[in-house]
Design a protein around this ligand. Structure first.
Ligand code: SAH
Length: 527
C-alpha cells in the first residue's frame, strides 16, 4: 500500500466522486433540530403526595396512564426507569412502540435529525476510520466483524458498507455485521435499506438474519450487545452514534442531613416530606447527634399534582403554551437503593458528596456497554483473548470531562418539549459522560486504551471532510443546488457555533492497548 501523508489524500485516492442515491433529505438546517441543543434545566420541586383520586384525569398517552398506575402502587420511580419505559418499553416506547403512520423518529417528518442523515460524508468517514484501524492492526484476511449500536434508519451502516467496497481486501475480511437494535420497526427499516426491501429476514435463537446487498455479508440483528457472540479470535469494529445518549440515566443531588441516632427509623424511597419530615438513613456514629452528614438523594418521577400550573412547576416560558406535563421530577425524601450505591461507584462522584446541592447524572447502562466493548477488544480474565484486537468509535454529545448535570431533554416534532410530557411520543435523551465510559472500559480490561473525546469538528476535519465534500461537489453532473446542499451539510457537522454540531458532539475511541504510542486517525494520528 502506498504511503499517504494525510488521511485526506488517502480518502481522495479511494473514494469515488459519487453521491449516494437520493434519499429523503433534511430541510434547511434550522428546521431540523439536533438533539444536543440547549439542554433543559429541570427545576425540581420537593416531592409531595400526589394520590390521584380523580378518576377522570386524562393522560396524554396510554403509556402515561400505565406509568401513573404503576407509581400509585410502587411510589415515585427513578428517572432511569421512566426513561427506559419511555424509550424502549414494550407498550408505547418511543423506539419500540407503534409510531404514528407516515412518521418516523428521524428527519423532516420526524422529531430530530442526526449527522448520518445530514450528510453521507459522515458515514463514509466512519467507514474510512474502520479501514485505517484494520490497516494498523495487521490487515487480517478474515474474522472482522462490524457492529453498530443503535443504527436508527441504517443510514450510517449503509454509507459505511458502500464506502468500504472501495477497499476490497478489507471488505472481504468481514465475516458478519451485527446490528444492536431495540426497535422492531427500525430493524425492518435497516433491513430494507441494507439488504433490499424484498430480502427475506429469518429469525433464530440468536437474532434476526439477512444478507447485505453489498458483498452478501451476513447481517445479524440483536436487541442487546450481550446477545452478540464474542469470538476471541475475531476483530470487532464497533460504532455507536447517538446511542449512548438514549440510555437511561439516574440523577442525584447531595443534601446535608442532621445525623440521627442509630435507632432512627429507616426511610423508604417512596416516603415524602409530608409523610416523614425529617427521616434519614444517614449512618450515625453514636446515639447522640454528631453534626451534619451528607447523603445522595435520587430524582424520582411522579405524576404532577392535579392542581399544578406552569408556574408551580417552574416550566420555562418557551414551553408554557404546551399542556401541563403528566409527570414531574422531585427529589426523593430519603435515600433509595440506587442513591446508596451508584454515586459511590466512582471517585468523581464521591468528591462531590460533601458539597450540598451537587447534582450528578449516572448511566449504568453506558458503563455496561463500555465494559462489554472493552472486553471484546481487550479481553478480561473472564473473557480472555489471545491478543487485543478491534476498535470502537463512540460519537455522541456531552461534556468532554465533566459529569453531566440537568441534561435531560425532550424533543417532539422539531421542538424542545418537556421531557416528562407525552411519554412514548417524546424523544428523551441526556448528555453522555465520556469520562465514565473511558473509566469503565479501562477498568474492565487491561487490554484497551481510550483516545479522546475530541470535538466532532476535530475528528471529521482530520478525517478529511472538507476534501471529500469538495470531491463530491466537483463531480460531473452536480447541480448548483446540490453543491450548495453538500456545502451546507458538511459545514453544519463541523460548525462549532451554537447551532452547529462540531463542538457539542464528540468522538471517543477504544482501542487495543499500545501504551498510548499509536494515535488513531481523527485523534491526532495518521496512517
Ligand atoms: N445512530 C442512529 C440513530 C440514533 S437514535 C443515527 O445516528 O441516526 C438511537 C438508536 O438507538 C435507535 O435506533 C434506537 O432504536 C436505538 N436504541 C435506543 N435505546 C436502545 C437500547 N437500549 N438498546 C438497543 N437499541 C437502542
Amino acid at each position: 500500500m502506498a504511503a499517504y501523508n494525510t488521511i485526506s489524500s488517502f480518502t481522495r485516492a479511494f473514494l469515488p466522486r459519487a453521491s449516494r442515491l437520493s434519499r429523503p433529505r433534511c430541510a434547511p438546517p434550522a428546521s431540523c433540530p439536533i438533539r444536543s441543543q440547549s439542554p433543559r434545566y429541570l427545576s425540581c420541586t420537593v416531592a409531595r403526595r400526589t394520590e390521584n383520586t380523580d378518576e377522570e384525569r386524562k393522560w396524554s398517552t396510554p403509556l402515561a396512564k400505565q406509568l401513573a398506575d404503576a407509581i400509585m402502587i410502587t411510589g415515585p420511580i427513578p428517572l432511569a426507569s421512566y426513561m427506559r419505559m419511555c424509550l424502549t418499553g414494550d407498550i408505547g416506547g418511543y423506539y419500540t412502540g407503534l409510531i404514528e403512520e407516515g412518521r418516523d423518529q428521524f428527519g423532516l417528518k420526524g422529531d430530530f435529525v442526526t449527522s448520518p442523515e445530514i450528510s453521507q460524508i459522515f458515514g463514509e468517514l466512519v467507514g474510512i476510520w474502520f479501514v485505517t484501524e484494520w490497516l494498523s492492526q495487521g490487515k487480517p484476511k478474515k474474522g472482522v466483524e462490524l457492529m453498530e449500536l443503535g443504527p436508527g434508519r441504517g443510514t450510517l451502516m449503509d454509507d459505511v458498507l458502500r464506502t468500504i467496497q472501495n477497499f476490497k481486501d478489507f471488505a472481504q475480511s468481514i465475516e458478519t455485521i451485527y446490528m444492536v437494535e431495540a426497535s422492531p420497526t427500525l430493524r425492518e427499516a435497516q433491513k430494507a435499506l441494507l439488504c433490499g426491501p424484498d430480502a427475506p429476514m429469518t429469525e433464530s435463537k440468536n437474532g434476526y438474519h439477512s444478507v447485505s446487498k453489498y458483498g452478501n455479508i451476513p447481517i445479524v440483528w440483536t436487541e442487546s450487545v450481550r446477545s452478540v457472540p464474542d469470538d476471541p479470535n475475531n476483530m470487532p469494529l464497533i460504532v455507536a452514534h447517538e446511542f449512548f445518549d438514549a440510555l437511561p440515566i439516574h440523577a442525584f443531588e447531595s443534601v446535608k442531613v442532621a445525623s440521627q441516632p442509630k435507632s432512627a427509623p429507616t426511610g423508604t424511597p417512596t416516603s415524602t416530606p409530608e409523610s416523614s419530615p425529617s427521616r434519614s438513613t444517614a449512618p450515625a456514629t453514636n446515639d447522640k447527634d454528631s453534626g451534619p452528614t451528607f447523603e445522595w438523594r435520587e430524582f424520582v418521577v411522579s405524576p404532577t399534582p392535579p392542581d399544578a400550573t406552569h408556574a408551580s412547576l417552574n416550566i420555562p416560558k418557551s414551553e408554557q403554551q404546551d399542556p401541563i406535563p403528566d409527570f414531574q421530577l422531585t427529589l426523593s425524601a430519603a435515600p433509595t437503593n440506587h442513591s446508596r450505591y451508584l454515586p459511590e461507584s466512582s471517585p468523581r462522584y464521591r468528591a462531590l458528596k460533601h458539597t450540598p446541592g451537587s447534582v450528578i447524572e449516572v448511566c449504568p447502562d453506558a458503563t455496561m456497554y463500555a465494559a462489554d466493548i472493552a472486553a471484546r477488544i481487550g479481553g478480561t480474565p473472564d473473557r480472555p483473548r489471545p491478543r487485543p484486537a478491534g476498535a470502537a468509535l463512540i460519537l455522541d454529545y456531552g461534556p468532554a470531562d465533566t459529569i453531566p448535570v440537568n441534561s435531560l431533554r425532550g424533543i417532539q416534532r422539531h421542538r424542545r418539549v418537556n421531557p416528562l410530557s407525552a411519554p412514548g411520543l417524546v424523544d428523551v435523551s441526556a448528555d453522555v459522560d465520556f469520562t465514565a465510559i473511558a473509566e469503565s472500559a479501562t477498568k474492565v480490561s487491561e487490554g484497551v486504551e481510550v483516545h479522546g473525546p475530541v470535538e466532532q469538528a476535530v475528528f471529521l476535519s482530520q478525517m478529511g471532510i472538507r476534501e471529500r465534500a469538495e470531491m463530491l461537489t466537483r463531480a460531473p453532473g452536480v447541480s448548483e443546488e446540490r453543491a450548495a446542499d453538500i456545502g451546507r451539510s458538511w459545514r453544519r457537522l463541523v460548525d462549532r457555533g451554537p447551532g452547529g454540531m462540531g463542538k457539542v458532539y464528540k468522538a471517543m475511541a477504544i482501542l487495543p492497548e499500545k501504551d498510548g504510542k499509536r494515535r488513531p486517525v481523527g485523534f491526532g494520528g495518521s496512517i
